[in-house]
Design a protein around this ligand. Structure first.
Ligand SMILES: Cc1cc2nc3c(=O)[nH]c(=O)nc-3n(C[C@H](O)[C@H](O)[C@H](O)COP(=O)(O)OP(=O)(O)OC[C@H]3O[C@@H](n4cnc5c(N)ncnc54)[C@H](O)[C@@H]3O)c2cc1C
Length: 457
C-alpha cells in the first residue's frame, strides 16, 4: 500500500463507519465519502422498519471503543432496534466523534475509482500506484482525490432490482416510474398520503415485502378503501411466512404468522406464480401483467424485489466477482441464494474479499452482491480483517471470528440442512467450504429482499 495517503471509505453506513473505526485503531487515516446528507443515509430511508437482529449484533466493537469515552449510553443489547434508532442512537453519535467527523464528507458521491494514470488494461506498477477516487458534491462539482487504498462500503440500497423477469425492467416499467414507490415506503407514516385509500400492489417475497404488507394492513384499518395486492413469483408464500410461531427467532416468526393470517382473512390478496412481463400506465392506474396473461390494476406498486450492487463506478478496476451473485469470487458460492436460503456463511475477511486489484475491497451489504442475506455482524468482521490487512498485520487479518444471532435450522435449497448452535467461533479463512461444514456460524437469514431473478418473486 502507498504510504502517507488516506484510505478511502465509500459510504458512511454502519459498515463504512466501522471500517473507519478499525482503520483509526490501526493508525491509518480514513477519508469517508457519503453521498447522503448524513451518516446512515440509506437506513434512514427505512427508519420505520424494525431490525430482526438485536442490538448486540448491530454494534461494531471498534466503533463502541470510540463511543464509550464520549459518555455514549449503550442500548439494551437484547432489544430489537428500528432502523431510525440504529441511526439516531448509534451511527449519528459515532459520526459526531471528532476523529470520524473530521474525516467524513457528506453530500460526496463517489462516481468512479481507478488507479492514478492507469486504465484497467495497464498492469505495470499497478500495485504500487495510488488510487484516484472521483467525487461529486451536491453542487455538481467533481474532483479527484488520491488515496492509498479503497474500501467500498456503499451498500446496494440505491440499486433495487427491476420488477420485470429476466433481470431487465418489464416492458413499460420505466414509463410507469411515477407509479412505482421506493423499496420500503413508510406506508402508514411519512408516505401515508400515497397509499391511503388506494390499490397497492406489493411485489416480492422477502422481509421488506412482509413488513410493507403488515403496515399496509394497519393502514387499511383506518383507511377502509385501501386494497392490498401481493404478487410473488413462487408457487406459494411459505418462505415468507418462515417458521411461524415455532420459529427460532420470535420476531421473524411473528412477522410470518401475522402475514399468513392477513392473507387467510382476505385482507391481503395473494397472487402466486406471478412473473411480471409488462406494465402499462393510464389515468385509471397501472396495469401489471404476468407472463401467463393475468393482469392486476393498482395505483401504486411497491417493489420489494431485492437489490444489486452498483459496479459501474468500479469499471476501471480489476475485480474478481462470482458471475452469478456478483460477490467476491470465493464468497459468492457460499451465499448464492439459489443454494443457500438461510444465508449461512463462514467467518471471512480480507483474504476471501480480495480482488486482483491490490488494496481494494468491497465490504458490507455490497460484498454480498445480489444475495439478500447479509448481516451487520458479518460486515463488522470483514472490516476488522480488512483494516488489519491494510496495516500489514496478516496474522490478524487471517484469523477471523464471527458470532451471529441465535437461530434454529439452516436449510439450503439444495436439500441439505444443518442445525448449528450459535457460539463464538474462530476459524482460519481456508477452513470452511460448504453450508454445513464445521466450524459454521448460523445467521438468522430472513432475506431483506429476494433477488428478483433468482429465488424471489
Ligand atoms: C429493511 C432492512 C432490514 C434489515 N435488517 C437487518 C437486521 O435486522 N440485521 C442485520 O444484521 N442486517 C439487516 N439488514 C441488512 C444490512 O445489515 C443493512 O442493509 C445495512 O444497512 C448494511 O450496511 P452497509 O453499511 O453495508 O450499507 P448501507 O447501510 O446501505 O450504507 C451504505 C452507505 O453508502 C452511501 N453510498 C451509496 N452509494 C454511494 C456513493 N456512490 N458514494 C458515496 N456514498 C454512497 C449510502 O448513502 C449509505 O449511507 C437489513 C436491511 C434492510 C434493507
Amino acid at each position: 500500500m502507498v504510504e502517507n495517503l488516506p484510505v478511502a471509505v465509500i459510504g458512511a453506513g454502519p459498515v463504512g463507519l466501522a471500517a473507519a473505526a478499525h482503520l483509526l485503531e490501526r493508525g491509518l487515516d480514513p477519508m469517508i465519502f457519503e453521498s447522503g446528507t448524513s451518516a446512515g443515509a440509506a437506513i434512514d430511508q427505512w427508519r420505520h422498519i424494525r431490525l430482526f437482529s438485536p442490538w448486540r449484533f448491530n454494534l461494531d466493537a471498534a466503533a463502541v471503543r470510540l463511543l464509550e469515552p464520549t459518555g455514549w449510553e449503550p442500548p439494551r443489547l437484547t432489544a430489537l432496534p428500528y432502523g431510525g434508532e440504529l441511526v439516531d442512537n448509534y451511527l449519528a453519535p459515532l459520526a459526531a466523534i471528532p476523529a470520524i467527523a473530521s474525516r467524513l464528507q457528506t453530500g460526496a458521491r463517489v462516481l468512479a475509482v481507478t488507479r492514478r494514470g492507469l486504465d484497467k488494461t495497464q498492469g505495470r506498477k499497478r500495485d504500487t500506484t495510488p488510487f484516484v477516487v472521483r467525487v461529486q458534491d451536491t453542487a455538481g462539482e467533481v474532483r479527484d482525490v488520491t488515496v492509498s487504498a479503497v474500501i467500498d462500503a456503499s451498500g446496494t440500497w440505491s440499486r433495487p432490482n427491476p420488477l420485470g423477469t429476466s433481470g431487465l425492467p418489464a416492458i413499460g416499467e420505466d414509463g410507469a416510474a411515477d407509479r412505482i414507490s421506493s423499496s420500503l415506503p413508510d406506508v402508514s407514516g411519512r408516505d401515508r398520503h400515497s397509499f391511503a385509500g388506494g390499490r397497492v400492489l406489493v411485489v416480492g417475497a422477502g422481509h421488506s415485502a412482509a413488513n410493507t404488507l403488515i403496515n399496509l394492513a394497519e393502514l387499511a384499518k383506518e383507511e377502509p378503501g385501501t386494497r392490498i395486492l401481493w404478487a410473488v413469483r413462487g408457487g406459494s408464500a411459505e418462505k415468507t411466512y418462515g417458521g411461524g410461531d415455532a420459529d427460532g427467532l420470535p420476531a421473524r416468526g411473528q412477522l410470518g404468522s401475522r402475514l399468513r393470517r392477513l392473507v387467510e382473512a382476505g385482507t391481503i390478496e395473494l397472487h402466486t406464480d406471478f412473473s411480471i412481463s409488462s406494465l402499462a400506465d393510464s389515468e385509471h392506474g397501472v396495469t401489471v401483467t404476468s407472463g401467463d396473461g393475468r393482469a392486476l390494476v393498482a395505483d401504486v406498486v411497491v417493489p420489494c424485489t431485492g437489490f444489486r450492487p452498483d459496479l459501474d463506478m468500479l469499471r476501471e478496476l480489476r475485480l474478481d466477482l462470482d458471475p452469478a451473485v456478483e460477490a467476491p469470487t470465493e464468497l459468492g458460492p457460499l451465499i448464492d441464494p439459489e443454494f443457500h436460503s438461510c444465508g449461512t456463511v463462514p467467518p471471512h475477511g480480507a483474504r476471501v474479499l480480495a480482488h486482483t486489484e491490490k488494496d481494494f475491497y468491497i465490504v458490507g451489504m455490497k460484498s454480498y452482491g445480489r444475495a439478500p442475506t447479509f448481516l451487520l455482524a458479518t460486515g463488522y468482521e470483514q472490516v476488522r480483517s480488512v483494516a488489519a490487512a491494510l496495516a500489514g498485520d496478516r496474522a490478524a487479518a487471517d484469523t477471523v471470528h464471527l458470532e451471529l444471532p441465535e437461530t434454529g435450522v439452516c436449510s439450503s435449497d439444495a436439500g441439505t440442512s444443518c442445525d448449528v448452535p450459535a457460539v463464538a467461533l474462530a476459524s482460519a479463512e481456508d477452513d470452511s467450504s460448504s453450508c454445513c461444514s464445521a466450524p459454521e456460524p448460523v445467521l438468522i437469514g430472513i432475506p431483506t429482499g429476494l433477488a428478483h431473478g433468482r429465488s424471489g418473486v
